[in-house]
Design a protein around this ligand. Structure first.
Ligand SMILES: *Cc1c(COP(=O)(O)O)cnc(C)c1O
Length: 393
């Protein structure tokens, strides 16, 4: 055969397969719902959706339809040219008010918010301190910035203190962390991080992707829950998880937002989202404020589920949230457990490297307001059976 430029890819894919790391695309049939799903022809109870409050599946459709009739579809250009419409502007104002911040900026996705924001704040004269379990988009944002990257062990404030003491010679310092970690379901030690930021003249950036709408008295996230909003300088969020729409955002001081609108490349050089997606997010923000029972009921059921799993002998780590990891370790075993659950009609994804560090594969249970007690009981029943099989010699 003639020259095959991708022969190496076949080898790489075979090697992924051999290491139980090859991923395959699934196709969902029918609507996204956070509690039930038909995937690859199989109906299951869904424990894999980030639509934590069940808003995307039902409540937002009408708002989108209405907006479509009023403003149509497609935004035509990047926001600085002609893409930013009145609904975007209203959402930015509403987000800023909701978050108790001066201003907000919409990005195409949460991923883009991180990869755009960090390089706008830092360059090679600066240093960034990043939690070892931060989301991939934070990691990529750090790399793109060209700053010196200091990864500190997960939630290790003492390690960070020593590192940041050594970093005083850098021009600027940024501490960046997930607020609620996306795989472990635990909180960052935000009060301590805010103290360090204050003490060492650093900026503190917190990604609230999984926490917006779920945590805090008013549903603003972990910063609100832990009472540290004033000490956090850059707050990032996504509209695509509990808010059930699409898009990312940053809130903070007006000068920060003005700067990002000038310098965040994923903002400046990417087309604005269709306004109907902003209308969906506006409706979601309204529901988060008028229906707080969604988050309080979700969190109390999650606490119960964590306790019941622990009683069965599973380890759920330091999770304090609707994201419940079940520690497995080996990727092959994680996939076996996931497929045994699938056989029982329960969709719980096995999470492997590179989503988690080697040796830390897990099952990730994502709980939603829409799950019924009966669905959760089915999961517990299955987990109990698998535990017995797991413990057998
Ligand atoms: C999902 C996620 C993102 C990306 O948000 P999208 O809107 O899905 O692009 C960013 N940060 C964290 C911590 C996330 O979990």
């Amino acid at each position: 055969m003639s020259h095959d430029p991708f022969a190496w890819l076949d080898d790489e894919l075979v090697s992924l397969e051999a290491n139980h790391l090859r991923r395959r695309l699934s196709t969902r049939e029918g609507r996204q719902r956070p509690a039930t799903i038909r995937l690859d022809g199989r109906p299951m109870v869904n424990f894999a959706s980030n639509d934590y409050l069940g808003l995307a599946a039902e409540s937002l459709v009408e708002a989108v339809e209405k907006a479509l009739h009023q403003v149509g579809w497609g935004s035509g250009a990047s926001p600085l040219i002609t893409g930013r419409g009145a609904v975007h502007a209203e959402l930015e104002r509403t987000l800023a008010d909701f978050e108790g911040a001066e201003a907000a900026l919409l990005f195409p996705t949460g991923f883009a918010a991180n990869t755009g924001t960090i390089p706008a704040l830092l360059d090679k004269r600066d240093v960034v301190y990043s939690d070892a379990k931060n989301h991939a988009s934070i990691i990529d944002g750090c790399r793109l910035s060209g700053a010196r990257i200091e990864v500190y062990p997960h939630r290790d404030v003492d390690y960070l203190r020593t590192a940041i003491q050594d970093g005083r010679a850098f021009r600027r310092r940024l501490i960046v962390t997930d607020g609620l970690f996306s795989m472990d379901g635990d909180f960052a030690p935000l009060a301590e991080l805010a103290e360090l930021a204050e003490q060492f003249d650093a900026m503190l950036m917190v990604d609230e992707a999984h926490a917006t709408g779920v945590f805090g008295q008013r549903g603003r996230g972990v910063c609100e829950q832990l009472g540290v909003e004033d000490g956090v300088h850059v707050r990032v969020g996504t509209l695509s998880k509990a808010l059930g729409s699409i898009g990312g955002f940053v809130v903070g001081q007006q000068c920060l937002i003005d700067w990002l609108a000038n310098r965040a490349r994923s903002y400046v050089f990417s087309t604005a989202l269709p306004e109907a997606t902003a209308a969906a997010a506006l409706e979601a923000l309204r529901l988060i404020q008028s229906e707080p029972f969604r988050r309080t009921e979700l969190l109390s059921r999650a606490a119960q589920l964590r306790e019941d799993l622990k009683r069965q002998g599973w380890h759920t780590g330091d999770s304090v949230s609707q994201i419940i990891p079940v520690a497995v370790g080996d990727p092959a075993r994680a996939m076996e457990l996931a497929s045994a659950l699938k056989e029982r009609g329960l969709l719980v994804p096995g999470i492997r490297p590179p989503s988690v560090p080697p040796g830390e594969s897990l099952l990730r249970i994502s709980l939603s307001y829409d799950h019924t007690d009966e669905m959760i009981d089915r999961l517990l029943q299955a987990m109990a059976e698998l535990k017995v099989a797991d413990d057998a010699p």
